[in-house]
Design a binder for this molecule. Structure first.
Ligand code: HEM
Length: 463
């Protein structure tokens, strides 16, 4: 167990090993070309903590559960979101929870919003998840018989947006949702590349940056359509309540005031973005992994058949579907969609005897952490049983952080896990998704999120 020292660094502290530009493995260009490869080679060479400077920006990768607990939890108040990654995404996410560096505003917003993301509140949205999944299956059955190949990522993307739309706005998806999906894809690609090589600045109006601005305008139009509609319509009540209504009427316990419409807009956009691509990617990868691991798929089918006996799953079934949950957990390990996040040290600090100067960008890369060979046997293998209670208890908690940890942990974690398990179980009741003959392996693409490159394509079979 490393030892930690609070306060200003003392003499005798270690310097964090540095990947120097003249190193064979080092340099801005290597990071730009292949971020995961560059960082992986850095870990092999320097271990669980090392410094590098893409375009002269000081960054430190931490890849040990104790270091991650230090940054996110134990000393979490000393590390804020003024880190480069969040500066890159802030033109899109603005003052919403995800990238907000203003701790006072963030605390107020989180205090107001947290009650609407508890398992109890999530239970009121799970009907949306299973209804929409059932309707997706009806469409699949009508359109994808006889060996036609399904674009699973596209289909699940539409499903995830339908679920978010119903839960947030009580709305059905129209063309405007496709505009949102397209705009998000554009922004994800452009900002992912900009994070790896932040030049020229986003304020320079090159065609790529103009495309980004248009994409942000499209996402804004999506959100304001629903907020405007709600401001001029009857508000759903009781059982029918949606997240937008809850957020509109929430007041802060400290000052009795709600959030202004600009802040509400930013929060709604953050929820749409937080909820849409992460769950889409996870479910796409889950179906991909199940299609390639028939033994795991058979266990999933056995559980779903025994617990559900042919009916649609409900919120109350979640604890009765432990293997389905393990499939979700293992997918989130191998292909963690929010695979990188960052903090900036607000003060000088010390981690395990290493000097961390104020202003350092601390990078956590869960794609690499979730493959750390000291904690995961054969990390590339898909083994849902790793997440059975025994092995889970035997591992340090912070070697698995698909939802982050500490005070900035994902607010939508319960929503996401319910959606993953309920959609997997709903599909598994009736169908198998199998690889088309000769289908190549799908590679992960490291954008701002981790995306299946080219999407997951599978064939539909009846069980
Ligand atoms: C598989 C699905 C999901 C994954 C893997 C995921 C992952 C994450 C991670 C890693 C963070 C923390 C980032 C950091 O510490 O810097 C985060 C934050 C956040 N997520 Fe999620 N997320 C998922 C689904 C959702 C859903 C469904 C929603 C909304 C309904 C959501 C909304 C948010 C928000 C608003 C934050 C910012 C929280 C704060 O700073 O207070 N996410 N998510």
């Amino acid at each position: 167990m490393p030892t930690y020292v609070r306060g200003r660094p003392q003499s005798g502290l270690k310097e964090i090993p540095t990947v120097r530009a003249r190193d064979r493995i080092g340099g801005t260009l290597a990071f730009k070309r292949d971020q995961l490869g560059f960082l992986g080679r850095g870990i092999e060479r320097h271990g669980d903590i090392f410094r590098f400077r893409p375009l002269g920006i000081p960054m430190v990768l931490v890849n040990h559960p104790d270091y991650i607990r230090h940054v996110l939890v134990d000393e979490g108040e000393k590390y804020d979101k003024n880190a480069v990654l969040f500066k890159v995404v802030r033109p899109v996410l603005r003052k919403g929870l995800i990238a907000n560096p203003d701790m006072e505003l963030w605390r107020r917003q989180r205090r107001m919003m947290a009650p609407h993301f508890t398992p109890r509140t999530v239970s009121t949205f799970t009907r949306n998840m299973t209804d929409e999944a059932e309707q997706m299956l009806v469409r699949w059955e009508a359109n994808y018989g006889r060996g036609k190949t399904l674009d699973v990522t596209d289909e699940i993307g539409q499903l995830a947006l339908r679920i978010v739309n119903r839960s947030l706005f009580s709305a059905q998806v129209g063309d405007i949702a496709q505009a949102f999906e397209r705009a998000f894809g554009v922004a994800n690609g452009i900002l992912g590349a900009f994070f790896r090589f932040p030049f020229p600045p986003l304020s320079v109006p090159i065609p790529r940056h103009r495309r980004l601005r248009a994409a942000i305008a499209d996402m804004d139009a999506f959100v304001s359509t629903f907020i405007n509609r709600r401001l001029h319509e009857q508000v759903p009540t009781g059982e029918e309540t949606d997240l937008l209504t809850l957020l509109l009427h929430t007041v802060d316990e400290e000052d009795g005031k709600g959030m202004d419409l600009e802040q509400l807009h930013h929060e709604v956009l953050n929820i749409c973005i937080g909820a849409y691509e992460t769950t889409t990617n996870t479910l796409s990868w889950a179906f991909y992994l199940l299609a390639r691991h028939p033994e795991a798929e058979a266990k999933l089918h056995a559980e779903v058949d025994e617990v559900l006996g042919g009916r649609t799953p409900t919120f109350d079934d979640l604890p009765r579907l432990p293997y389905t949950r393990m499939v979700a957990d293992e997918t989130l390990r191998i292909y963690s969609p929010a695979y990188q996040f960052m903090r900036r040290a607000t003060d000088d600090d010390v981690i395990d005897g290493y000097r961390v100067p104020a202003g350092t960008n601390m990078l956590i890369n869960s794609y690499l952490l979730h493959r750390h060979p000291d904690f995961w046997d054969e990390p590339e293998r898909f083994v849902p049983e790793r997440f059975a209670p025994g092995p889970t208890a035997a591992r340090p908690k912070h070697v698995y952080v698909p939802f982050g940890s500490g005070h900035r942990v994902c607010i939508g974690k319960h929503f996401a896990l319910a959606e993953l398990v309920l959609v997997l179980a709903t599909v598994a009741r009736r169908h198998r998704l199998v690889p088309p003959p000769g289908a190549p392996e799908v590679q992960p693409e490291a954008l701002i999120t981790l995306h299946p490159k080219g999407g997951v394509h599978l064939n539909l079979e009846y069980r």
